[in-house]
Design a protein around this ligand. Structure first.
Ligand code: HGY
Ligand code: MN
Ligand code: MN
Length: 427
């Protein structure tokens, strides 16, 4: 049995053309997943060699669909499918092309392929509005540990501090952009065109909710806020064999105690999630007591006050642990992103499009961050989730059902028609 086809008994089966278009979008995601910086897995980071190959492929698909394609100063691919006039109002549809290390095939890329498929389904037919496809260059924040570089360029939030941020090799964002053949001095031109009227992002849910409800699509009403940063404990490296336990200043032992507290804090509050994804011991060898331990912290909640108080509590706990063990402690924040509500009227239009396409949708919160939360600061934004079979993501086993993609296309096409006819679009 084709594991990509949805379980039987779905309310309305999409028609054959939509299923074929959906299968092609899924195939393209798998084709792009093989374009990687690390052989044998899917890893594609900001302006990397693999990203360049992927952009060439996506640009050729966008051009074949009738888009004029440019690459902006942040490395975003911008494919404009013209409307009936040069100054036609625009709907932006997009998501990101970069991935986490050893990723699945659908996080980000599926949203770009669905936007492309919708333009292809127009088959050259001109709408009153234009459609701008956006393939963002950097959402995950893997290379520079600062996410959303691509969408921040669209809303004018790439500043000198961000351009000066360096990666593990000491290469700055600005140098990476120049090295890719782009000009960071032209970042202002990356801002979305004043004709833009809205942004729509399709994305896999990356969680278990839609599957648990046996639904294909979700409608995001709020994207949780995030705090990302790093905790460091500073102790004293020493000999593992000769240093009595009572005389140690063991940074890893302190970190272990703190990580247990991170989990306890998050378990204690509904809707709060806190993750330590990276832990580094220095010098990191078995017969040396660690003099330093560094760990990432990622805290999220739909309510910013709850999130911030959880972060404050965890920093205080780290200070308490450090004091109790006679160690030093440092905290540095790399991102503070407030929770963002999607645009009410655009989201309502998606809801109407879903009922016109006879597709049930579930309104839900997003625990994952998305480019939509950045674009929503400046442009009415809506977000459609597709079911994640097994509820797994940021993992090679990430999946999507072709039938769900077909339903997303049906809703997307109804939305395009409604957006194109809406008086607000042309006001
Ligand atoms: O980590 C996230 O929230 C998203 O996948 N970038
Ligand atoms: Mn992701
Ligand atoms: Mn994503």
């Amino acid at each position: 049995m084709d594991i990509l086809r949805q379980p039987s008994g779905a309310k309305t089966e999409p028609d054959e053309i939509l299923l074929h278009t959906a299968a092609r979008a899924v195939d393209r995601c798998r084709e792009l997943a093989a374009i990687t910086d690390v052989a044998g897995e899917t890893t594609r980071t900001f302006l990397s060699p693999a990203m360049r190959v992927a952009m060439v492929r996506v640009q050729s698909l966008m051009e074949a669909a009738g888009c004029s394609v440019t690459i902006d100063a942040a490395g975003n691919l911008r494919g404009l499918y013209a409307g009936m006039s040069d100054d036609a109002p625009r709907l932006l549809i997009g998501s990101h092309l970069d991935t986490v290390p050893n990723a699945g095939a659908f996080d980000g890329v599926l949203g770009v392929m669905i936007g492309l498929a919708l333009v292809e389904m127009l088959q050259g037919q001109k709408l009153r509005c234009a459609v701008e496809l956006v393939a963002f260059s950097e959402e995950e924040g893997v290379r520079f540990r600062v996410p959303f570089v691509g969408s921040r360029a669209l809303v004018g939030r790439v500043d000198d501090e961000l351009l000066a941020t360096v990666d593990a090799d000491g290469v700055s964002v600005g140098e990476a952009i120049r090295g890719f053949g782009l000009d960071p001095g032209r970042m202002v031109e990356a801002r979305f065109n004043r004709a833009a009227r809205g942004y729509l992002e399709f994305h896999i849910e990356q969680g278990p909710v839609l599957e648990s409800e046996d639904l294909s699509l979700g409608l995001v009403d709020t994207i949780a806020g995030q705090t990302r940063g790093e905790i460091v404990f500073m102790g004293t490296a020493n000999h593992a064999g000769t240093t009595p336990m009572r005389l140690r200043r063991d940074a890893v032992a302190a970190m272990a105690e703190w990580i247990v507290e991170v989990e306890r804090e998050a378990r204690g509050k509904d809707g709060l999630v806190a993750t330590v994804g990276r832990v580094v011991a220095v010098p990191g060898v078995g017969n040396v007591i660690a003099g330093e331990a560094r760990a990432s912290l990622d805290v999220r909640h739909a309510n910013d006050t709850i999130r911030r108080s959880a972060v404050d509590a965890l920093i205080s706990k780290a200070e308490e642990i450090a004091d109790g063990r006679g160690l030093g402690m440092a905290w540095s924040s790399s991102m503070e992103q407030r929770a963002v509500a999607m645009d009410a009227s655009l989201t309502h239009m998606v809801e109407n499009a879903a009922s016109a396409a006879e597709v049930a949708v579930l309104r839900m919160m997003s625990g994952a961050g998305h480019d939509a939360m950045v674009v929503a600061e400046r442009l009415p934004t809506a977000m459609i989730f597709l079911r994640s079979p097994g509820g797994i993501s940021h993992h090679p086993d990430e999946l999507v059902y072709e039938g769900d993609v077909a339903k997303a296309l049906a809703v997307g096409m109804e939305f395009l028609k409604m957006f194109d006819q809406a008086k607000d679009t042309h006001a």
